[in-house]
Write a protein that binds this ligand. Structure first.
Ligand SMILES: [Zn+2]
Ligand SMILES: [Zn+2]
Length: 117
């Protein structure tokens, strides 16, 4: 079930099933990270002159941005209940399930061994 309006809850506050991993409950530990590569932008620092914007002679004409990681808008890190492997999953693939909808021991949604609010 796809729901683009979902706003993910982190830290085990809510549990989800994930498309492609049916029958298993997940909790979310945070947003996935997206890598933004470094950029260099030409912005002439000598406007009005016949500046050649030569990277060697006119370093003031170049704006450098460090590469960075930013929070993804579309993916989160999900962990299976009873496991510690991390999966990057699309928020669209999450379906929130009730806190009584899965087993806290093994993480399976069909198991009723350890179920409580
Ligand atoms: Zn320049
Ligand atoms: Zn179980």
């Amino acid at each position: 079930m796809n729901n683009p309006e979902i706003s993910p809850k982190f830290g085990g506050e809510a549990h989800y099933t994930v498309d492609g991993y049916s029958g298993i409950a997940f909790y979310l530990i945070g947003r996935a990270q997206e890598y933004i590569p470094e950029t260099v932008i030409n912005e002439c620092g000598n406007v009005g002159t016949y500046c050649a914007c030569d990277p060697e002679e006119n370093p003031e004409c170049w704006l450098y941005s460090e590469p960075e990681y930013v929070d993804s808008d579309t993916q989160v890190i999900a962990v299976m209940v009873g496991d510690d492997q991390r999966h990057a999953v699309d928020i669209d693939d999450l379906t929130e399930i009730p806190e009584t909808g899965y087993c806290r021991e093994c993480g399976q949604t069909g198991c009723t061994a350890v179920v409580y609010e």
